[in-house]
Design a protein around this ligand. Structure first.
Ligand code: UD1
Ligand code: CA
Length: 465
């Protein structure tokens, strides 16, 4: 029962029906490659190692996994050519220790739950061959579970099955748990004398029965957990089904979703009490929403943390990739706002429409309500940053900081050429291009003086001659 768990993930298949250059197991569900979902589940089992069998697109698959941070010890084995699931497992044998319990998973079956696999592992108990099975109204294409009385006798593939066997609704899911010391000699005995001329992993059931090893089936009813992906349509279908489950789990925690069918979570969304989310929002990576946060319709929020009471109005795009974005308590953002990496908004900050903030901190109560850009800026408390104003933070080679001290009022359509500091309580007249730092309390105006020519006659259009 306490054997270490070694996971083998079959991921050599081509996925022809995806009609994609990307290997099937790297297609994305909920923002992550299919294979990554499988490995995340394996990690939840506290597996000792994961052996990934690659074939089609092997370099791409291996590179994708090496760049992802997985807590699992991973090994890759190549299967070339692909001669069947049994042949795939034969390639994994040198990578498997004899004392392990081997859990066989498929790289294109992303939504199996860890507790289901735990139950399968318990059913194997380190000494039996345990199969994950499910009954389908239409079992066409699957390996059928042939029983005598209650006892599992064999798995018969669709193409090898008799008419009577094809009527069996209980099928093999493609997932099993089997002690390595039993598995290895069985794999050595496989042949390809069957309708497809393939080495079938499923033939080990017959060997177990012949060797007097008990074969047990752990049967589930939740088809989503064993659903494999072969086509874009199936991928989209599984995505929706998965998203609906995520939505249901959020609602069970008390999150108010205007429409659970119009939500996409591609990562981890953590919500405190009384969060409200309007339709068509997308959450990516790690997103935290504090108590009472309201997210308007059509927002995209990635890698960010929104503090209690903040309101994100519709069509706002927040992307904190790498450095994160934080929005303070009671802040108001949007509609049509854009917060980029390193935007750190304090409490009660207001960011209005068509305002972009990047790598800038805004202290409590600072406001930029219309059509503005703040990049590499440090903005003090209660600053009012006028419509159309920008920080010129980039000289073509380097980025420079703009410091706007507390209580500054920047008029409309100003250019603050960094590096520059606007002293506390100062005022910058509308339309100014500020290139030198200003003293606290000063009014600074830097623009062409207005002239007015009295009774000026506008040029007239010439009449055609
Ligand atoms: C297999 C099972 C079948 C089961 C079904 C569940 C066998 C012989 N049959 O069917 O009983 O009902 O899964 O979906 O095992 N793969 C490789 N190398 C190969 C062949 C396959 O890595 O040479 C991988 C595929 O990429 C896939 C997995 O193994 O991830 C299953 O292969 P697939 O062809 O989908 O399974 P079937 O043969 O249809
Ligand atoms: Ca096949």
């Amino acid at each position: 029962m306490n054997s270490p768990i070694d996971v083998v993930v079959m991921a050599a298949g081509k996925g022809t029906r995806m009609k994609s250059r990307l290997p099937k197991v790297l297609q994305r569900l909920a923002g992550a490659p299919l294979l990554q979902h499988v490995l995340a589940t394996a990690a939840q089992l506290q597996a000792r190692c994961a052996v990934v069998i690659t074939g089609h697109g092997a370099e791409q698959v291996e590179a994708a996994l090496q760049s992802s941070a997985s807590p699992l010890a991973m090994q890759f084995v190549r299967q070339e050519p692909q001669l069947g699931t049994g042949h795939a497992m034969q390639q994994a044998v040198p990578a498997l220790a004899d004392d392990g319990l081997v859990v066989v998973l498929s790289g294109d079956v992303p939504l199996t739950r860890a507790d289901t696999l735990q139950a399968l592992i318990a059913a194997s108990a380190g000494e039996r061959l345990a199969l994950l099975t499910i009954a389908f109204d239409d079992p066409t294409g699957y390996g059928r579970i042939v029983r005598q009385g209650d006892q599992v006798q064999a798995i018969v593939e669709q193409k090898d099955a008799t008419e009577a066997q094809r009527k069996i609704q209980e099928v093999y899911s493609g997932i099993m748990a089997v002690p390595a010391r039993l598995l290895k000699p069985w794999l050595a005995r496989l042949d390809n004398h069957n309708a497809q001329g393939e080495f079938y992993l499923t033939d080990i059931v017959k060997f177990a029965v012949a060797d007097g090893v008990e074969v047990v089936a752990h049967t589930i009813t939740d088809a989503l957990q064993v659903a494999g992906i072969n086509s874009p349509a199936q991928l989209a279908e599984l995505e929706r089904a998965h998203q609906l489950r995520v939505a249901q789990a959020l609602m069970e925690q008390g999150v108010r979703l205007r429409d659970p069918a119009r939500l996409d979570v591609r990562g981890q969304l953590e919500c405190a009490q009384d969060v409200e989310i309007d339709i068509n929002c997308i959450f990516e990576g790690q997103v935290r929403l504090g108590e009472g946060v309201k997210i308007g319709a059509h927002c995209v929020l990635a890698h960010c943390s929104i503090a209690a009471g903040a309101v994100i109005h519709p069509f706002t795009h927040i992307d904190g990739e790498k450095t994160g974005v934080t929005v303070g308590e009671g802040a108001l953002v949007g509609p049509f706002a854009r917060l980029r990496p390193g935007a750190q908004l304090g409490p009660e900050v207001h960011i209005g429409n068509f305002v972009e903030v990047k790598n800038s901190t805004m202290a409590k109560g600072a406001k930029a309500n219309h059509l503005a850009y703040l990049g590499d800026a440090t903005v003090g408390e209660r600053v009012n940053y006028g419509a159309g104003s920008i920080t010129a933070n980039y000289d073509g080679a380097n980025k420079h900081r703009t410091v706007i001290e507390a209580d500054v009022h920047v008029g409309s359509n100003c250019v603050l050429v960094a590096p520059v500091t606007i002293g506390a309580g100062g005022t910058v007249g509308g339309g100014s291009t500020i290139t030198k730092s200003t003293e606290p309390g000063a009014l600074s105006v830097a623009r062409g003086k207005q002239i007015s020519i009295a009774n000026w006659a506008r040029p007239q259009k010439k009449k055609p001659s």
